[in-house]
Design a protein around this ligand. Structure first.
Ligand code: V47
Length: 626
């Protein structure tokens, strides 16, 4: 790590020890002359979260109208009704912009004085009907507040109706800068920080994940930028519903704000990306929005903390009306090229950041939980590209031939046994696991007929739960997929959580769910066997030299760790709130080598779970969800 500025060292030490950065830390980093050192710190954090992946989506922007009742000083997009450049699109014109490959439709625009509520619902419904596979990311908190006031409906009702029409996520626009001073000077008719944050909280509660933004590079101070980030971080602690943070570089445009007629400098853009990654430790992704940054700066930003390029962004107007010099749309191949040039893996995603396609060879999957860290101690420095991805997605990508090796969830391995071979390592428990937990309001036998929220992240744990319920306790419960990306457990009698989230909740509890069951312990008490959650496997068709190299690296990783788990996994543990002793104890509870007892346990599980025995591509036993 190249850090030349000594002032940055205390900040780096805090990051390594899993401590949060304060406003003072942020200011120290922002004002450091060591841009490269700052970037290296942010890049290290980015790699920890996203490995080598950089995400993009095939998306289309729809701005149904530029007619707007507000007159924000920084906005060159808005028009008054009757202005020569004012436009209002019909539903037919909107649908005409959609092409079949699009996976995300981003709808936002002006707020006209005379559109009825039904017109908005019709837009969302029609887009959803035309492209049911695409996720609709629509309406900023400013627009939601406008609907709430104009149509006299509670915010919750506005969101529920849009959700029923097909809205999946919300964009992060309209946040501007959470500073009363700036608001009064630049956008005094717009909602303030509290309303913006409350609307996002409400969306998260309803199972609508959202994005977040900061408009920087005009009259705001560095302190105001950092306070903005800290306020987002606080809400994220409560809800977990923000998917990404997008620093929007101000485009000066025609009407421009007096003190800022210039574009932001590349150095300021990169610093802001790096600071976003460092301050927002709980927001999974940072977006380098090439439309406002330019392609060149966005590409460099992929080594300064950003792991997301937005997408092809067909039809953007807001930034281009304000003088953005970037192209109107980027071809998919161009985005893939930019990401590769930055030394990263291009990963095509949906609006929830689920990976859909990986445009790279020799990719090794990484389960992004604490219990997998020891496998990667030696792997990260070699030629294999690492893609952190939840177990179920790893299985799906493997089935598409887009991941070559990794610790596969047991169910996924069993379904793909013909193409994959075992490598001799696994993630197996001895008796308890601590990170595959059922949080319940009722005891096991009282769960009959009740509703259990299940994670979409893994099939194995869901099948284990199902076997325990039906075959150990003789009860039948209804499974409902948890909303993706947000912690919302309304209306559920029990919740199955896995990975770091389960570990954290195991330590601190989950409000309202008093009973806590460890599924591996339940299995052990019943079968007197370990439980194998995942097995390392690689594609049979790989050249044997590649297979040997990879096996050697995994073996070397485990050997280098020995039993000293804190040396490699301490920082990860601290970041999720575990002491070093707790991390050591947790990881010592696993057996990483696939022995006789583990193989026997796999066979017992296979016999108990019909979907595993048949090798069929059955889905987990859920009834709802996407
Ligand atoms: O809220 C307006 C900003 C935002 C200018 O959620 C300007 O994935 C720069 O939020 N210069 C809308 N910015 C765009 C937005 C967005 C973009 C891409 C992805 C996502 C997402 C969200 O644009 C507005 C405002 O903050 N804006 N005028 C300007 N002259």
């Amino acid at each position: 790590m190249q850090i030349r500025d000594r002032n940055l060292m205390p900040v780096w030490e805090k990051i390594q020890s899993g401590e949060r950065l304060t406003l003072e830390d942020g200011l120290r980093a922002y004002t450091s002359g060591d841009l490269i050192g700052l970037g290296a710190m942010a890049h290290a954090v980015q790699k920890e979260k996203s490995g080598d992946a950089v995400y993009f989506v095939l998306n289309q922007k729809i701005e149904p109208t530029n007619v707007c009742v507000l007159a924000c000083k920084f906005c060159d997009f808005a028009a008054r009704k009757g202005d020569p450049h004012a436009y209002e699109m019909t539903v037919g014109e909107i649908l005409g912009k959609l092409t079949p490959e699009i996976r995300e439709v981003h709808i936002t625009g002006g707020m006209p004085p005379d559109w009825p509520w039904e017109r908005y619902l019709e837009i969302v419904r029609s887009v959803h009907d035309r492209l049911p596979e695409a996720d609709i990311k629509a309406f900023t908190a400013v627009e939601i507040d406008f609907f709430h006031k104009k149509f006299r409906m509670p915010v919750e009702e506005v969101l529920r109706q849009l959700q029923s029409a097909g809205l999946r996520t919300m964009p992060g626009g309209g946040a501007e800068v959470f500073s009363e001073r700036v608001r009064r000077l630049l956008f005094n008719q717009k909602i303030g920080a509290k309303t913006w944050l409350d609307i996002h909280r409400t969306a998260h509660r309803l199972g609508i994940p959202t994005n977040s933004t900061l408009l920087y590079g005009h009259i705001e101070t560095l302190e105001e930028r950092l306070i903005h980030m800290i306020r987002l971080r606080e809400v994220q602690d409560e809800t977990g519903g923000f998917l990404t943070f997008i620093p929007l570089a101000f485009q000066p445009g025609e009407t421009g704000i007096k003190p800022a007629h210039r574009f932001t400098s590349a150095a300021d853009d990169l610093r802001t990306i790096a600071l976003s990654r460092l301050m927002l430790d709980n927001i999974p992704h940072i977006k380098a929005y090439w439309v406002m940054l330019t392609e060149e700066v966005a590409s460099v930003a992929l080594n300064f903390g950003a792991d997301d390029m937005d997408g092809t962004v067909g039809g953007e107007k807001i930034a281009h009306d304000a003088g953005a010099v970037s192209p109107m749309t980027l071809a998919k191949e161009r985005i893939i090229g930019l990401i590769r040039d930055a030394g990263k893996i291009p990963v095509e995603r949906d609006a929830y950041y689920n990976p859909l396609h990986v445009h790279q060879e020799r990719v090794v999957g990484k389960i992004p939980y604490l219990n997998s860290v020891p496998f990667y101690a030696r792997l990260e420095k070699r030629d294999f590209r690492i893609l952190p991805v939840v177990p179920r997605r790893m299985g799906m990508l493997c089935a598409l031939g887009e991941i070559d090796a990794g610790p596969f969830s047991l169910m996924d391995f069993l379904r793909q046994e013909d193409d994959m071979e075992l490598m001799g390592w696994c993630i197996a428990t001895r008796d308890q696991v601590k990170s595959v937990m059922l949080f319940s309001k009722e005891g096991w036998r009282d769960l009959d007929g009740r509703t259990i929220g299940i994670t979409d992240d893994t099939a194995t744990s869901v099948h284990l739960l199902s076997v325990l319920l039906e075959k150990k306790y003789g009860v039948h419960a209804r499974f409902e997929r948890l909303h993706q990306g947000v912690n919302s457990y309304d209306g559920l009698d029990a919740v199955l959580l896995i990975g770091d989230e389960a570990l954290r909740r195991n330590k601190h509890g989950l409000d309202g769910f008093e009973l806590v069951y460890d599924l591996a312990r339940e299995w052990y008490e019943w079968q007197k066997l370990p439980f194998v959650f995942a097995v390392w496997a690689l594609r049979r068709s790989l050249p044997s030299a590649v297979k040997e190299e990879l096996s050697g690296l995994v073996k070397g990783s485990l050997e280098s760790v020995g039993g000293d788990f804190v040396s490699v996994a301490g920082p990860h543990g601290r970041r999720i709130g575990l002491t070093d002793e707790e991390t050591q104890e947790y990881l010592s509870g696993f057996n990483y080598s696939l022995g006789e007892r583990e193989r026997e346990a796999i066979e017992v599980f296979r016999r108990l779970v019909p979907a595993a025995a048949s090798g069929a591509h059955a889905s987990p036993p859920d009834r709802e969800g996407r």
